[in-house]
Design a protein around this ligand. Structure first.
Ligand code: NAI
Ligand code: MG
Length: 505
């Protein structure tokens, strides 16, 4: 790990951001900024210092936000707005966010430790996601269906696609603004109203998003933002009977708790959960490319990514060289201040998270793993942890079974394609997988056999708003991007109308 001499090249925090952080940030409910008598401290994980605070929503404020979303939906102005008008508003939001890129990237750097360059790119992607959402508003349509058992001249049948109503959107801390926009964009495109809850570790950019959406002209009450802890604020939101859908991204454990809570009202839930994604390198692959992509994708965001390729499998003859190259690449990761443009890995989000990561690595070493590099927390302030490569692990070890959410990867040799299929699928997760080879037949076989919602071949983490994303097995329910997601944010109404008076079937 290359440690930075911080201070010399730090981006200076914009005066607007400094001013904005001076007062406790209110929630956004029904187009108003709403304070609370309780507040939540906001911490910078790069220094461990408090940088501000946000209003904390207890159950009453959550109920007020849901009531606003409910009334705004029921009122009809938003859901009956022409798709062209809705599309224009979403485009206005996209371009306003684009103009605030630097400010938003700085908020995620300060609040969540997202490296500034990575953050800027994620805001640009959020803008593209909104532009895609603006483009699909007119394509959300129903169908005219010819009934199978009824005379087509006597009945006219239609399937209308309608929004669900109020959607509760709960997001995690690893890429705060990008996660929030992914959910909100879909809700806007499908004419639902929303209550968004950011993670308690990173509430700032979602609250700013709520402000910017209003400034762009999205009507009051369409997107409400409440901040607070999961067990209180999040739980109150999930249990509210006026919520028509819950859309959650986060850990599998919390996903299961949300399903239980939502089931009291049979509220439908979609889940984007964790992963233990395999990254498979066949002997013929370009090892340079594979190793640098491996390093980039496991150490990005310090491993705090749902698709982090945390289990690497390398064909025998290439294994040792791959480990060498991966360790060398780990050494070139620039760990430092998120506000330094040279930084490629910032701190973990909290001391709790760093302790969790350290526990997993220490446990793996006790279980008999070998450390190829890393394995230690950073020195000084901030919740840093060194990029870590482990070898000599077995599939039964905890390190290969549970999501670490840190800059930690295991590398395991294999002989045959059959063997690696079994190894890769030996997990309760199924979010993503990577395959590196030029052998067409082998790659086709792997693509078909891998149990994962996304399989990337000779690339990794290729996301696109038009492509469905989601998990197999315990990595989730449903798909949250692409037209597949539109189905989860809408419901159909079947209409059969007699074409002549008093026709009975
Ligand atoms: P979490 O899944 O508990 O938190 C994510 C969001 O859910 C936050 O907004 C939180 O406030 C909310 N939440 C928590 N409990 C809730 C409840 N009972 N009802 C409604 N909302 C609730 O994740 P946490 O505890 O912050 O991180 C723990 C571990 O989870 C990490 O070490 C990592 O392994 C995993 N994780 C995975 C993520 C992924 O995208 N795969 C994202 C975040 C965490
Ligand atoms: Mg924070």
């Amino acid at each position: 790990m290359t440690a930075l001499q911080t201070g010399d090249r730090l981006v200076s925090v914009e005066p607007d951001v400094i001013d904005w952080l001076k007062m406790p940030r209110p929630m956004i409910i029904d187009g108003e900024q709403v304070g609370s008598d309780r507040s939540l401290d906001v911490e910078d994980p790069a220094t461990g210092r408090r940088i501000g605070s946000v209003a904390l929503a207890g159950p009453e404020l959550v109920q007020r936000a849901v009531a606003a979303a409910r009334a705004t939906f029921d009122d009809g102005g938003w859901r009956w707005m022409s798709s062209a008008a809705r599309s224009r508003l979403i485009l206005a939001a996209a371009s306003l966010i684009d103009r605030h890129t630097e400010e938003l990237a700085q908020l995620d750097a300060l609040d969540g430790g997202v490296p500034i360059e990575y953050g800027r790119a994620s805001i640009a992607e959020a803008v593209l996601t909104l532009e895609y959402a603006a483009g699909i508003t007119a394509r959300i349509t129903g169908q005219t269906v010819a009934p199978a058992n009824h005379r087509g001249d006597l009945f006219q049948a239609q399937v209308i696609r309608e929004p669900l109503g109020v959607v509760a959107q709960i997001v995690p801390w690893n890429l705060p603004f990008g996660m929030a926009v992914e959910k909100v964009a879909l809700g806007l495109a499908t004419a639902n109203t929303m209550v968004l809850k950011p993670a308690e570790q990173t509430p700032l950019s979602a609250l700013r998003l709520g402000e910017l959406l209003l400034e762009a002209g999205i009507p009051p009450g369409v997107v409400n933002v409440v901040s607070g802890f999961g067990a209180e604020t999040g739980d109150a939101l999930v249990r509210d009977p006026r919520v028509n859908k819950v859309s959650f991204t986060g850990s599998t454990v919390t996903g299961k708790a949300i399903v239980v809570a939502a089931s009291a009202n049979l509220t439908p839930v979609s889940l984007e959960l964790g992963g233990k994604s395999p990254f498979i390198v066949l002997g013929d692959a370009d090892l340079d490319e594979a190793a640098s992509a491996a390093a980039e994708n496991i150490f990005t965001l310090s491993g705090q990514a749902c698709t982090a390729p945390s289990r690497m499998f390398v064909q025998h003859q290439a294994h040792d060289e791959f480990v060498e190259r991966l360790s060398a690449a780990a050494g070139r990761v620039v760990v430092g201040s998120p506000l330094d443009p040279r930084t490629t890995a910032g701190p973990l989000v909290s001391e709790v998270q760093r302790r969790r990561v350290a526990r997993y690595v220490d446990g793996a070493l006790e279980d008999g793993a070998t450390l190829a590099c890393g394995g230690a927390p950073g020195e000084g302030a901030g919740y840093y942890y060194a990029p870590t490569v482990l070898t000599d692990t077995t599939p039964r070890m905890t390190i290969n079974r549970e999501e670490v959410f840190g800059p930690v990867v295991t590398v395991t040799p294999f002989d045959t394609v059959d063997e690696v299929i079994a190894l890769a699928n030996d997990t309760s997760y199924g979010l993503a997988a990577g395959v590196w080879t030029n052998d067409l037949a082998a790659s086709q076989r792997l693509v078909r056999e891998l149990q994962a919602g996304s399989v990337w071949v000779n690339t990794y983490n290729l996301f696109d708003p038009a492509l469905p994303f989601g998990g197999y097995k315990q990595s989730g329910w449903g798909r949250e991007t692409g037209m597949a997601a539109v189905e989860l944010y809408t419901q159909t109404k079947t209409v059969a109308a007699a074409t002549t008076e008093r026709t009975s079937p």
